[in-house]
Design a protein around this ligand. Structure first.
Ligand code: AMP
Ligand code: MG
Length: 490
């Protein structure tokens, strides 16, 4: 099958988007195609690899009847409100798969739009391959995310600190509706338009809410769904040590998918204060701040929607606040369920679990242990000799944990080996470590070869398999981690 595009977004009022036309590039070359994803979407791999197929993936040619758009949105960037929009991307359209699922096909790096402000609308090969590898790693880890379908080199130069080769990433998302889209509606459109947007979001992501007849109640439940999905998402990030790096409200989706892999990175050594982004001077988006920042961002969604919750403002604020407060409930539930699995615990003993989880994390922080590898070692009961494992504090913790595991077997809560199986399927053998990601991207940017990229991508597949290839990426480069900075790639 080829593209089957129907852009329902265009039924929204005109303010929400601009029409875009085909783009021109110098010389397109397919760098990477996600063949498995293409097949999942019901697309013909050979057709995508053809000259016309590549042109479509870069926006240089449009499938028949397709009219791309750029979407309007606003957002709080590092706390400051700004009008934004697709400044370096366009939505080719919504592709409908043979089994009826609808996905946005977004072309990132496709040139200037009316929303570009001072920017050139372009993207470089390195950052687009980076988004590819990290979003696919997240997918394999079981974390809701946009996905990468292809990266096409454009043959053009992109001017950053130095000249870089240009690229277009085709990104697949369940939608690109963001908190920022609602902020745009609240500031630039009428209440009816805001309602139209909310109805659209409900139909697209939470259609089961339509059975709620009372409109204000329905909109409040919508807010709760977004709060719930974001809470679960951020908890999943925390469980794998992922730091998004730029949790501006325009990068917070309504669907609950991770979006916009800019300055994100995975933590190596466990340190709650970790920040990688070169522009995050005040550590706003550090590892430990992610849950509270998500609450802040979701409160901006509530602000934007406030007129829809009640005719009386005080009531509207009260109702919305109740929904926002539910974040903690959803977050901690997901986080502790995840942590229990990481420690192989089947029973739920709230207070004891807290002692075990926070106890271990505190010791990892004190002894500068690698987050991912510590959990792998616990899984296989094969502890590396290091500051953590040699400490008496850890030995005490370890005994407490082992006692709990044996008591679960004694009490019939767990069967022999069950804890191991649970831990193995909850503790990834591999994360995209900063050093290996950088190495792969450097090779691609300098030589145009993607051998290291492909090898890393292969290792990141099925991270709970714990295979030999994955073990090659275990090494922690401590000096690299400490100095590592990420850039937005704009
Ligand atoms: P991001 O940091 O990727 O979430 O982008 C934030 C905003 O800046 C979005 O509105 C982007 O479209 C816009 N933007 C980022 N890079 C560029 C660029 N090179 N040219 C034009 N707009 C850009
Ligand atoms: Mg963004």
């Amino acid at each position: 099958m080829t593209w089957n595009i129907d852009t329902s977004y265009k039924a929204l009022p005109k303010m929400f988007y601009r029409n875009e036309g085909p783009r021109e590039y110098r010389d397109l070359k397919l760098l990477k195609l996600n063949e498995l994803l293409a097949k999942e979407l019901g697309l013909d791999v050979q057709a995508l690899k053809s000259e016309d197929g590549i042109k479509i993936l870069a926006g240089a040619k449009l499938p028949e009847g397709v009219g791309p758009i750029s979407q309007a949105y606003a957002g709080h960037q590092f706390g400051h409100f700004t009008m934004l929009g697709d400044g370096r991307a366009m939505l080719l359209g919504e592709h409908i798969t043979p089994d009826g699922k609808r996905y946005d096909i977004h072309l990132k790096g496709s040139g200037r739009t009316v929303y570009s402000r001072g920017g050139d609308g372009k993207a470089a090969v390195g950052p687009m391959l980076r988004e590819y590898i990290i979003s696919e790693a997240m997918y394999e880890l079981g974390i809701p995310t946009t996905r990468a379908l292809s990266v096409i080199a454009t043959g053009e130069d992109v001017y950053r600190e130095n000249l870089l080769p240009g690229a277009v990433l085709a990104r697949v998302a369940s939608s690109h509706l963001r908190v920022g889209t609602f902020q745009f509606a609240a500031t630039n459109t009428s209440k009816d338009d805001l309602k139209a947007l909310t109805d659209y979001a409900i139909n697209r992501h939470y259609p089961f809410l339509n059975k709620i007849e009372n409109e204000q109640e329905r909109y409040l439940e919508f807010l709760e769904e977004v709060v719930k999905n974001q809470a679960k998402l951020v908890a999943k990030w925390m469980l794998v040590g992922f730091i998004h790096g730029v949790m501006n409200t325009d990068n917070v989706t309504i669907s609950g998918e991770t979006i916009d892999y800019g300055p994100c990175a995975f933590m190596d050594i466990y340190d709650q204060a970790t920040v990688f982004s070169s522009i995050d001077y005040k550590s706003r988006y550090s590892y430990e701040h992610q849950p509270s920042i998500a609450v802040w961002d979701l409160s901006r969604l509530a602000d934007a929607m406030i007129t829809l919750f009640s005719d009386k403002q005080d009531d509207a604020v009260k109702f919305a606040s109740e929904k926002i407060k539910k974040f903690d409930i959803y977050y901690y539930k997901e986080f502790f369920n995840g942590m229990r699995k990481k420690l192989g615990l089947l029973g739920d003993k709230e207070d004891e679990d807290r002692v075990l989880v926070y106890g271990l994390l505190a010791l990892m922080e004190k002894y500068k242990a690698d987050y991912t590898n510590t959990f792998i070692d616990l899984t296989f009961d094969n502890l590396e000799e290091n500051g953590l494992t040699k400490s008496d504090e850890f030995k005490k913790w370890y005994d407490l944990w082992k006692t709990r595991l044996s008591s679960e077997i004694k009490n019939g809560i767990a069967k022999e080996n069950q804890a191991f199986e649970l831990m193995k399927s909850s503790n990834p053998a591999i994360i995209p470590r900063n050093s290996s990601v950088e190495e792969a991207l450097e090779e691609a940017s300098k030589t145009g070869k993607i051998d290291k990229f492909e090898k890393l991508l292969k290792a990141l597949k099925n991270p709970f398999e714990h295979n030999e290839l994955q073990k090659e990426y275990r090494e922690v480069e401590k000096t690299f981690t400490r100095k590592y900075k990420t850039y937005c790639g704009t």
